[in-house]
Design a protein around this ligand. Structure first.
Ligand code: AMP
Length: 281
């Protein structure tokens, strides 16, 4: 596996591959890799000749400095995992490399960027767009792979690509879960033993709520999920919204959408976990 730390070296490496007509796939990550990330790498390898993975903990998308400082970093293990998954190139830039000067760009994704994560993590998606647009420019991939765990992020990236007219196809990949249902996340490493035991209730409750559709109303399903999770002392729901999966607008009635998705953010102690589920109506 080629490991490069500068945009210049990355472009040099990829220029040779592109010259030979190789299709380039790209998997952006913040490291502390797990099977969820590796599943994106595998999707990428299946559909492209070259897989580039980036690892960069992007400071501009953290609205909470403590969250940034506490973000897990496991660079040696990440390298081994990527190597054994068959990734061709790891791009691991420094902060100075990605932000030689402050990025003052302000994006506007309309309501897609303002609801849910946009509302509770102000500035988060602006930071995501700053780094992903820089990474897309550096890699020049044919396709880029994102996990549906970050459901709203995919909608934001698609909107960014549309607005900036970028020649990259965005591919959404399914959520990978632990055996007990907990969505895999780098943040799971920060859970204490007791919190780790309770965290699967999030996914289990979402799954259980599938049974109530369409007999119960959207409001009843919302209340069920929120009350069930908040009744567990270690969990605190920040938001649970049932939205149209295309527009991300909250729905009040199952008939309003053909693609209802429940998106949730829950604090488990100080660790903020997100998950989502698609309802069939
Ligand atoms: P992160 O390193 O958390 O920024 O995630 C990098 C990419 O991996 C994003 O596209 C995430 O949506 C994706 N990802 C994270 N966790 C999972 C998971 N459990 N299943 C599938 N994709 C995931």
């Amino acid at each position: 596996m080629e490991i490069v730390n500068s945009v210049k070296d990355l472009k040099n490496y990829l220029a040779k591959e592109k010259l030979h007509g190789q299709r380039i796939g790209f998997v952006p990550t913040m490291g502390a890799l797990h099977e969820g990330h590796l599943s994106l790498v595998r999707h990428c390898l299946a559909e492209n000749d070259i897989c580039v993975t980036s690892i960069f903990v992007n400071p501009t998308q953290f609205n909470d400095k403590n969250d940034l400082d506490a973000y897990p970093r496991t660079p040696e293990k990440d390298c081994l995992l990527l190597e054994s998954a068959g990734c061709h190139c790891l791009f691991a830039p420094s902060g100075e490399e990605m932000y030689p000067e402050p990025d003052t760009r302000v994006f506007d994704f309309g309501l897609i960027g303002k609801v849910m994560e946009g509302r509770y993590r102000p500035g988060h998606f602006n930071g995501v767009a700053q780094i992903v647009s820089k990474l897309f420019e550096a890699v020049g991939a044919d396709r880029a792979y994102f996990g549906e765990k970050d459901f709203q992020q995919i909608a934001v990236i698609r909107e960014m690509v549309r607005q900036m007219d970028m020649p990259v196809q965005i591919v959404a990949c399914p959520i990978l879960r632990e055996a007990d249902g907990l969505a895999m996340s780098s943040r799971n490493q920060r859970l204490t033993g007791e919190q780790r035991q309770k965290a699967p209730l999030i996914a289990q409750t979402l799954k259980e709520s599938l049974n109530f559709v369409p007999d119960k109303t959207v409001q009843e399903v919302r209340d069920f999920v929120v009350h069930r999770l908040n009744s567990e002392a270690l969990l605190s729901v920040e938001y649970f919204e049932i939205v149209d999966g295309y527009t991300l607008m909250p729905v009040d009635n199952w008939r309003e959408t053909t693609y209802p998705v429940g998106c949730i953010a829950v604090f488990c102690g100080k660790v903020r976990l997100i998950d989502n589920i698609m309802y069939k109506n």
